[in-house]
Design a protein around this ligand. Sequence first.
Ligand code: UGA
Length: 435
Amino acid sequence: MKIGIVGLGFVGLSLTSVLASKGYDVVGIDTDKEKCKKINDFKIPFFEPDLEKTLKNGFRKKLTITDNFISLKDCDIIFITVGTPQKSNGEIQLSMIKNATQEIGKIIKNSKKTPIIFLKSTVIPGVAQNTVSRILEKFSGKKAGREFGLVSNPEFLQETTAIRDTKFPHVVILGGNRTKFMDKAKKFLSKLHPGVPIIVTNHQTAEIIKYANNSFLATKISFINQLSNICQNIPGANVDDVASAIGLDPRIGKLFLNAGPGYGGSCLPKDVKAIMNFSSKAGVSPTFLSAVEKINQQQIENILKIIKNTCGSIKNKKITVLGLAFKPHTDDIRDSISLKIIKELLKNQAKITVHDPMAIENTRTKFKDKITYENSISLALKDSNCCIIMTAWPEYSKIQNKILKNMKNKIVIDSRRILKNSKLDCTYIALGIGK
Ligand code: UGA
């Protein structure tokens, strides 16, 4: 069985590597020639734990990486994993989906195969049927459900655990018509993920499931962040104890209740906005999701207020930002709250010094020489008027008095409550802990 994967971002490259390492004959395709060259040289364009090892393992078996769609000709299964970036009004851009689909259509026109095409990219309800299926039929001259199958198959992997999540998903969603292709899709995925629940539904339900999942995760985060702000105003209250306690109620669950500066990354912020936009167009006012988004936005304002209240005027003050990546163990800074805070601080003419174990180079491309970059926490804190911990990197939890001693004003704002040393000689303000 030959498998093609179109779009080699986090989702596509993880899937390519996992399937190839399992011994499938795999071709990974991306229109970015430079990216393909890098991958062929084992240089992964982003950091993801275990990806390099899995990819190398795949290359030892039957894996090809190319920018040429012709390699899809003899594929039995094709996954579409291209990105759906955001427009300024919150809608998703379908240009990459349309291009990929056209190319796939042209290839299957002359292919003897009757492939199943899995749509993994995150798309709003209706895209599989109204856009992808139509383009495939137009460019291939073949009929969906008869000469090829189209199955919506949203992805739930998280960055930093992408390989594990690809191998062991908690659920498999298959959306589409109940044709022989759906039976084959189910058979293939149940063999790949034995014991994992498979939900078979139609395209539009599969599409909304992905948005429901991500917007519910965002909801949990905004909920706990609102609670965190309330706790901060109750002397002695601690949001982590609240989260642990309510998390033990099986109806609530303990995950995604870690209060912080708000949710970032390339998915949660984008997906909440996209579903809000879709909802408004459908005539359903997204009251609830607007609140989720508003709370996320307010976290930035809250943090700025805390900095201003503790430091007084921040003009020309040296403020150290520890953590740039949108979460630990990645170099990804897309939609990172840390970067939003830096932008605001720069507007207030603060002098910013930043540290991150992995994301400095990506941040440099955004802020260039507007801020100072340090590879050591100690140097980043030297002469600083205020330090703010934005990302829960383990190294920040180990900060000791000897590292803080060179600060000009020993003020530490811990947005993640990771500083465990209760004997720190500084003004310590932790989000979610009432003074
Ligand atoms: C998210 C979802 O978790 C995945 O299930 C989904 O497949 C993916 O989006 C996607 O749509 O592709 P990811 O973007 O990797 O995954 O990031 P998360 O781990 O969900 O974290 C998102 C943000 O929420 C981060 O800024 C993180 O720090 C924040 N967060 C998360 C919290 O502030 N508190 C929490 O308890 C959990």
